[in-house]
Ligand binder design. Structure first.
Ligand SMILES: *Cc1c(COP(=O)(O)O)cnc(C)c1O
Length: 423
């Protein structure tokens, strides 16, 4: 039996079934654009651990920073005895996020925790209850973030009841909303918010600038600025969930920048820690500082090793210009995928931005094709390419390579995908 098969057997009698894995191969080491399992099999990495290892796996600067910090101290709790690296990460977040207004930041452990805290801050600062989210949204797996997330299976099924005062508005989804313009789709969403919630009840409008788990849905131009303008006019906090899109993934530090949107609050996690668990909420000082001392925090939030890793990851992004790298990855992937799509009527659309690109698969009648999506994905895994699926209908194949991947690994990955789509 292979070592992976052996480990898998152990897993089945030790790890709860509710925790799934995309592949049943157990990792030995990973770096740059590849992952190698305990049997020596190698995968080209088009997943980045779900948009986390933007700087590559075991990135040298990150490894070195973790090592140095672990020797000095591993934990004091920032709320007990503070340290410089926490402050430095907040300074970086303030500098890198869009908006030149006065900002503050706070650190947490996971994306869901950042989203929860952004909602806490918005409710506290406005004194209002309602949170508006969108169709296809994904914001996490805790009780509040399950309520904010759209899709039932697997995230919410039989896990309710959910937190109240969450309202869902229609998203701009050009492939599936009849090609509404951004302005038209925003008018449709705003109409739902005004009629069903009431502007003066809205604490926050929360949105992913490009949806992640929901299917890499890129709203039509003008949608985000119109929603942000509505929030401003109605005294609601505009929160951009940039947990998947942030930190150079889309070719800019944050996807909101693409249309010059300056969110009141931004949630970050995934790519910011170079592989270590760390998350942040960054935004307008008057909102962030409205909360009483002790109202925000947690035992591990901004753990010193995670902060050291985040600072090293950000330094790596700057030095290697990973925003340019993400745009270069798009310049390789997009034309290749468009060429594949031109000869394959089952591919309805190639979309995304930077190193966050996807194809949506449909059947002959235009309906979503989750069956083919799953089998293409599986064929990729068997041939040595790690890909992920996503989408409300499970019919989107998404590509999230580490931003340090080589062109040769990108082309090898594309070759595997081409063959997988043909079988
Ligand atoms: C992954 C993700 C989250 C949740 O982050 P966790 O660290 O898994 O809790 C929230 N929002 C978006 C957009 C995400 O992609």
């Amino acid at each position: 039996m292979s070592l992976s098969a052996d480990l898998h057997k152990r897993r089945l009698s030790a790890v709860a079934k509710g925790v799934g894995s995309v592949v049943n191969a157990y990792v030995d080491h990973a770096g740059g654009g590849t992952i190698t399992d305990v049997d020596g099999r190698e995968w080209i990495d088009f997943a980045s651990g779900i948009a986390v290892t933007n700087v590559g796996n075991a990135a040298p600067r990150v490894v070195e920073a973790i090592h140095r910090q672990a020797e000095r101290f591993t934990h004091t709790c920032f709320m007990v005895a503070p340290y410089e690296s926490y402050v430095a990460v907040c300074e970086q977040l303030i500098e890198l996020t869009p908006g030149t207004f006065e900002k503050r930041a706070a650190l947490f452990n996971s994306g869901a925790e950042a989203v929860e805290n952004a909602v806490k801050i918005a409710r506290h600062a406005t004194g209002r209850p309602a949170v508006v989210v969108f169709d296809h949204a994904y914001h996490g797996r805790t009780n509040l973030t399950m309520a904010l997330t759209a899709k039932n299976m697997p995230y919410k099924h039989r896990f309710g009841p959910f937190a109240p005062e969450v309202y869902r508005a229609p998203m701009s989804y050009p492939l599936r909303d009849g090609g509404l313009s951004g302005a038209e789709a925003a008018r449709r969403a705003i109409d739902v918010i005004e009629k069903q919630v009431g502007g003066s009840n809205v604490a926050a409008v929360l949105i992913e600038p490009i949806q992640g788990e929901g299917g890499f849905v890129v709203p039509a131009k003008g949608f985000l600025p119109a929603i942000a303008a509505w929030a401003k006019a109605n005294g609601a906090v505009f929160i951009a969930d940039e947990i998947q899109t942030g930190f150079a993934r889309t070719g800019q530090w944050f996807a909101s920048e693409d249309e010059g949107v300056e969110p009141d609050l931004i949630t970050t996690a995934k790519g910011m820690g170079g592989g270590l668990p760390i998350a942040g909420v960054t935004g307008r000082a008057e909102l962030m500082d409205a909360v009483h001392a002790g109202g925000l925090g947690g035992t591990y939030g901004g753990n010193p090793i995670a902060c050291a890793a985040a600072l090293a990851a950000i330094e790596t992004m700057r030095e290697l210009d990973l925003n340019a790298a993400a745009r270069r990855i798009e310049s390789v992937l997009r034309p290749a995928l468009e060429e594949i799509a031109a000869g394959d009527p089952g591919i309805a659309e190639v979309r995304g931005r930077g190193a966050m690109i996807a194809i949506e698969l449909v059947r002959g009648d235009g309906e979503p094709d989750p069956t083919r999506t799953a089998s293409v994905s599986k064929a990729c895994h068997e041939a040595g390419l790690l890909t992920l699926t996503c989408g409300t209908y499970g019919n989107v194949l998404r590509f999230l390579p580490p931003l340090v991947i080589t062109d040769s690994d990108l082309h090898r990955g594309l070759d595997i995908l081409r063959r997988a789509l043909r079988t």
